[in-house]
Design a protein around this ligand. Structure first.
Ligand code: SF4
Ligand code: SF4
Length: 92
């Protein structure tokens, strides 16, 4: 829950996008940049190893729907190992 110093006047009009995270573990080199730069702090280092011997990131349990599709993880990943797709909101 965000705490605002002053509530934005258009707060009710703003919808927060949701992203679906995709990771290609075999490309990862375990640099942890995606973990450090994610503003939602949804990643942690996994115990799993890829074929190159690196611990790739994983989503922290309970944060599967926390991605806001900002694209920072894709931007900073030097191995093009991670990307997100926008989850379209359900039409009522
Ligand atoms: S798109 Fe943004 S919020 Fe989603 S996992 Fe990447 S850095 Fe985190
Ligand atoms: S930024 Fe890319 S290479 Fe680095 S830990 Fe994340 S997925 Fe792996």
């Amino acid at each position: 829950m965000k705490v605002y110093a002053r509530t934005p006047l258009d707060l009710q009009k703003v919808t927060v996008p949701q992203g679906q995270v995709y990771l290609i573990p075999e490309r990862c080199k375990g640099c942890s940049l995606c973990i450090e730069f994610c503003p939602q702090e949804i990643f942690q280092v996994s115990t799993g190893l890829n074929a190159k011997g690196y611990h790739y990131p994983e989503i922290i349990p309970g944060k599967e729907e926390a991605c806001v599709h900002c694209g920072f993880c894709t931007l900073v990943c030097p191995e093009f190992a991670i990307f997100t797709l926008l989850v379209e909101p359900e039409v009522p």
